[in-house]
Design a protein around this ligand. Structure first.
Ligand SMILES: NC(=O)C1=CN([C@@H]2O[C@H](COP(=O)(O)OP(=O)(O)OC[C@H]3O[C@@H](n4cnc5c(N)ncnc54)[C@H](OP(=O)(O)O)[C@@H]3O)[C@@H](O)[C@H]2O)[C@@H](O)CC1
Ligand SMILES: Nc1ncnc2c1ncn2[C@@H]1O[C@H](COP(=O)(O)OP(=O)(O)O)[C@@H](O)[C@H]1O
Ligand SMILES: [K+]
Length: 476
C-alpha cells in the first residue's frame, strides 16, 4: 500500500525523528537520495549541466547539498538564488564543491536576465528547490519566469519533494506551478503525489527513505501486492453461490450496449454467477453475447444504473438501496440517490459531471478539487464515492480515501465506465467492502486497459476481455 500524508503529519514525524539524530542528518539523507536520483535521471553526472532553482527554505537546502554532491562527481552546477534567505550552509557546501551561485533570476518586476536565460536554456536538468512542504500554492514572478524558460527550451525539471506551486495537502493547482519530469520525495508520499491535478504535475515519483515512522494514512493507493492480498480467489470448497452472485439492473432499449458491456465487466470479476434484470429485448442481447448469464433471483450485490435511460425506476432503485444487499450505483442510477438514508453499503461511481450534479456545483470545480468533492459527497450521501477520471479518487463515509493512479488515457472510451460498474458489483458480491471493491475494481480495470492497449486503441469490450489475463498476471 502506498500511504500519503498531510504536511502536518509529515512535520510531526520529522520532528520526532530529528530529536533523536544529530542536526542536519535528515537533510543529508534527503540530499544524498536526491543526488543519486538526479544522476540516474541524467544517465551520468560527469560534464552534465545542472541548474538549481533555490527558494528560501529547507527545500532549497536539499537541492544545494545534492548540487554539491553532483559537482563533486563532475557536473557543472549553478544555483540561482531566488531569495536573499537561501540556505547559507548549503550555498557554502556547493561553492566548496566547485559549484557556483548567482543571486536572483531577474529584476524586481520578474523580467529575467539574459545570462540566466542562457544558463537555463543550456541545462541538461533544472532542479526545483523553490519550495517543498512549506510552500503556498503559486510561484513568485522570478521563479515563474525561470520555470517558463526551462519549459520553453524543453529542459526537464526534477522537483525536490513536491513540484513547487501545487497545494500539497489537497492536490489542487489553483496557481501556476512546476510540471516535473520526476519528483524525488523524502520519507513518505504526500497527498499531492497521488491526487490530481497535482499528481500529474509530479511525473513519476521517487521515494527516498529517510527513516520516518508514520501510522497508517487516511489516503492510500493500492499496489500490486495489495491486489494479490485482496482478490477473492476461489478454493476447493467454493461453489457458484458461495463465490457470489451479482445482479445487474443496467441498459435499456435505448442503450442495450451498456447492459452487454457491464455484464462483460461483471463476468470478468470473481463472482460465480451473473443475473440480468431488464427489458426482454435487452436481456436477449445480453444472453446472446454472454450465454452464461441467468435471469432474476437471489443476489449478494447489485450493479444499477449504467445506460438505464428511460428505464430509470427511482422507487424500485430506492427499495434496493434500502435492502440488505450492497449496491454499485452508476450513471443514471445516481439520480435515485438521496441524502436521507443509511447507505454505507452503497458504492456510487460518478464521473466529474455526475458528481457535480449531485453536489450542485460546476464540473470544473469538481475537476479542480477532486479529493474535496469526493469526500463531500461521501459524507453528504453516506456512500462510498468512486470519482472517475485520469486518476480515480475513492472516498468512504468514514474518511478513508483510496487513489488509483495506474490508468492509461486510452481508457477514456465510451462504455469503459460500464465495465467498471459491472466489475465493482462483482467484487461487492464476492464479499469485499465498498472501499476495497472500489479500489480493487479501479486497479484491475486500469490494468486490463493497459494490457489491452498493447495491441493498439482499446474499446470497452476489449478492456473487459482483458480482465481475466490482467487479473491472472496480478494474482499469480
Ligand atoms: N523537516 C525535515 O526534517 C526535512 C525537510 N526536508 C525538506 O525541507 C522542506 C521543507 O522546508 P521548509 O519547511 O523550510 O519549507 P520550504 O518548502 O522549503 O519553503 C517554505 C518557505 O518558502 C517561502 N514560500 C512559501 N510559499 C512560496 C511560494 N509560493 N513561492 C516562493 N516562496 C514561497 C516561505 O518563506 P518566505 O519567502 O515567504 O519568507 C516559506 O517559509 C521539505 O519539503 C523537504 O524538501 C528534507 O530536508 C528532509 C528533512
Ligand atoms: N484521461 C484518462 N486517463 C485514464 N483513465 C481515464 C481517463 N478518462 C477517463 N478514464 C477512465 O475511463 C472510464 C470512463 O468512464 P465513464 O466516464 O463513466 O465513461 P462511460 O460513461 O462512457 O462508460 C473511467 O473508469 C475513468 O476513470
Ligand atoms: K520543490
Amino acid at each position: 500500500m502506498r500511504h500519503a500524508y498531510t504536511v502536518e503529519q509529515v512535520r510531526s514525524a520529522e520532528s520526532e525523528l530529528m530529536a533523536k539524530l544529530p542536526d542536519g542528518t535528515l537533510m543529508q539523507r534527503a540530499a544524498t537520495g536526491l543526488a543519486v536520483a538526479i544522476g540516474n535521471f541524467l544517465g551520468g553526472t560527469y560534464g552534465a549541466r545542472v541548474v538549481l532553482l533555490i527558494g528560501s527554505g529547507d527545500n532549497g537546502g536539499d537541492a544545494l547539498y545534492a548540487g554539491a554532491r553532483l559537482a563533486r562527481r563532475g557536473a557543472h552546477v549553478t544555483a540561482i538564488l531566488l531569495s536573499p534567505k537561501a540556505h547559507e550552509p548549503g550555498i557554502a557546501a556547493l561553492r566548496s564543491a566547485g559549484g557556483r551561485s548567482v543571486t536572483s533570476a531577474g529584476d524586481i518586476s520578474g523580467e529575467i536576465y539574459d545570462d540566466i536565460v542562457s544558463e537555463l536554456a543550456g541545462a541538461d536538468v533544472v532542479v526545483d528547490g523553490i519550495v517543498g512542504i512549506g510552500g503556498r500554492p503559486g510561484l513568485r514572478p522570478d521563479a515563474l519566469a525561470a520555470v517558463r524558460v526551462a519549459e520553453q527550451y524543453g529542459v526537464p525539471i526534477v522537483a525536490v519533494d513536491t513540484p513547487s506551486g501545487v497545494d500539497v495537502d489537497s492536490g489542487e493547482t489553483p496557481e501556476p506551478h512546476v510540471n516535473a519530469a520526476l519528483t524525488v520525495t523524502f520519507g513518505t508520499h504526500k497527498i499531492c503525489h497521488l491526487v490530481d491535478p497535482a499528481a500529474s504535475a509530479c511525473g513519476p515519483v521517487h521515494l527516498v527513505d529517510i527513516g520516518l515512522d508514520l501510522p497508517p494514512a487516511l489516503v492510500q493507493s493500492l499496489q500490486a501486492a495489495d491486489v494479490r492480498a485482496l482478490y477473492p480467489v476461489p478454493h476447493g470448497e467454493s461453489d457458484k453461490y458461495s463465490r457470489g452472485v451479482v445482479g445487474l439492473m443496467v441498459g435499456s432499449t435505448e442503450y442495450p450496449g451498456a447492459a452487454v458491456i457491464a455484464t462483460a465487466g461483471a463476468l470478468g470479476g470473481p463472482v460465480g454467477m451473473v443475473r440480468y434484470v431488464g427489458p426482454d429485448a435487452v436481456a436477449a442481447a445480453v444472453r446472446e453475447a454472454h450465454p452464461e448469464v441467468v435471469g432474476a433471483g437471489r443476489v449478494q450485490a447489485w450493479t444499477i444504473g449504467s445506460g438505464l435511460g428511460e428505464e430509470l425506476d427511482v422507487p424500485r432503485i430506492r427499495e434496493l438501496l434500502d435492502a440488505d444487499e450492497p449496491v454499485v450505483l452508476d450513471a443514471d442510477g445516481l439520480k435515485a440517490l438521496d441524502d436521507s438514508g443509511d447507505h454505507v453499503d452503497v458504492l456510487a461511481t460518478p464521473h466529474a459531471g455526475e458528481l457535480a450534479r449531485l453536489l450542485g456545483v460546476d464540473r470544473s470545480t469538481v475537476e479542480a478539487e477532486r479529493l474535496k468533492h469526493a469526500r463531500m459527497a461521501a459524507e453528504r450521501y453516506d456512500v462510498t464515492v468512486l470519482l472517475k477520471g485520469a486518476t480515480t479518487v475513492i472516498a468512504s463515509p468514514d474518511g478513508e480515501v483510496r487513489v488509483n493512479t495506474n490508468a492509461t488515457p486510452w481508457l477514456a472510451t465510451a462504455g469503459a465506465g460500464d465495465v467498471l460498474a459491472g466489475l465493482c458489483g462483482s467484487l461487492l458480491a464476492a464479499g469485499l467492502t465498498p472501499l476495497d471493491a472500489a479500489a480493487l475494481g479501479a486497479y484491475l480495470h486500469a490494468s486490463a486497459a493497459t494490457l489491452a492497449s498493447a495491441n493498439g486503441p482499446i474499446t470497452a469490450t476489449t478492456v473487459a476481455q482483458s480482465l481475466p489475463e490482467a487479473t491472472r498476471r496480478l494474482i499469480t
